[in-house]
Design a protein around this ligand. Structure first.
Ligand code: AMP
Length: 314
């Protein structure tokens, strides 16, 4: 059981209708790791600048996250993202993206990172995702991305998609990547490129799972709503927390990654994402306890129970 993740490790400036932060710990690999740590040993890979100091390393290490593959580049600046949300929290508006040390990054995975059972290519330039993929022969791998890379690096992103087992993208991004306006057709088009599973994230509305059994080719569909919350402050990192819960849980599972396990993983992804959005950045998930996850998972399971209901009356 070990999980390697590559993706941005960053500082974020975020403004939502409910508050703002000028500089907080962020990045796709950071949010992912903070969620996945509840289920398995997680190892983020990526560079940071000298603005990433002991405080940030200690926050991660104190939560059991292995930081030896986070490379500190002397004289460099960490990835920086500035964004805002208007009243519709499902839409992030990017105001600034500074790649910083990611611009020159050439990944060289440690032996431990290469030996992971599960690999997640969180959001970052798709060529970097592919370089990491080529160094890690994990039995199960996944990928996330975003509209920026579909716009400026679509061919490399399509090549990266073909090299993983499971793609996790926003529904609009799946449509944009495939040129298919219907989500079911778009997901099938992604699976035709190689992956056996596609998760379509739908913001506050939840997430849908499309799968194709590798042995029989049988297709399945499953979906969960977002966990109903009355206080949502900042959705930044929700998708990465979802992926951290999803892949973290799957890495911790001993038996085959069958449909039932994938559906349970959807539940853990949903729960981790719901905690993430309650406060800014990593604030809530950083002090989350395992018992809170289990309680919310059980509540979600009860509220979505459908099979086993008495038959409908005429
Ligand atoms: P999410 O809200 O889950 O889509 O992810 C938000 C996180 O992604 C933030 O913490 C940002 O630091 C990071 N991020 C934003 N833009 C990019 C990008 N172009 N590449 C990689 N990471 C990014």
């Amino acid at each position: 059981m070990a999980l390697t993740v590559v993706g941005s490790i960053a500082f974020d400036a975020v403004k939502t209708p409910f508050g703002e932060r000028e500089r907080m710990l962020g990045g796709a690999a950071t949010h992912f790791s903070l969620a996945a740590r509840f289920f398995t040993e997680v190892r983020p890979v990526g560079p940071v600048g000298d603005d990433f100091v002991a405080e940030q390393f200690e926050l991660l290490e104190a939560r059991g996250i292995k930081t030896d593959d986070i490379e500190r580049v002397a004289g460099g600046k960490s990835f920086f993202w500035r964004g805002h949300y208007d009243f519709d929290l499902n839409v992030a508006h990017t105001d600034d993206t500074q790649l910083g040390v990611f611009g020159e990054f050439e990944p060289k995975l440690s032996d431990a990172a290469q030996a992971a059972d599960t690999l997640f290519l969180a959001n970052i330039q798709p060529d970097l995702q592919r370089q990491v993929r080529s160094q890690c022969a994990a039995g199960f791998s996944g990928l996330d991305s975003m509209n920026l890379w579909i716009d400026i690096a679509k061919d490399s992103l399509l090549a990266a998609v073909a090299e993983v087992d499971c793609v996790v993208l926003n529904d609009a991004e799946i449509r944009m990547l495939t040129g298919e306006s219907n989500l079911a057709r778009a997901a099938r088009a992604v699976m035709a490129m190689g992956p056996r599973a596609v998760v379509a994230k739908q913001g506050e509305y939840g997430a849908a799972l499309f799968t194709k059994d590798p042995a029989t080719g049988e297709e399945s569909f499953f979906a969960l709503p977002g966990f109903p919350l009355e206080d949502v402050r900042d959705p930044t990192g929700a998708g990465d927390s979802f992926a951290g819960g999803f892949f973290g849980y799957l890495d911790g599972v001993d038996d085959d990654l069958d449909e039932a396990n994938l559906r349970r993983a959807m539940g853990y992804g949903t729960v981790l994402a719901s905690f993430n959005v309650e406060e800014f950045g990593t604030e809530r998930v950083s002090r989350l306890e395992r018992a809170e996850i289990d309680e919310r998972f059980e509540a979600l399971r009860r509220m979505t129970q459908f099979e086993g209901l008495p038959a409908p009356r005429d």
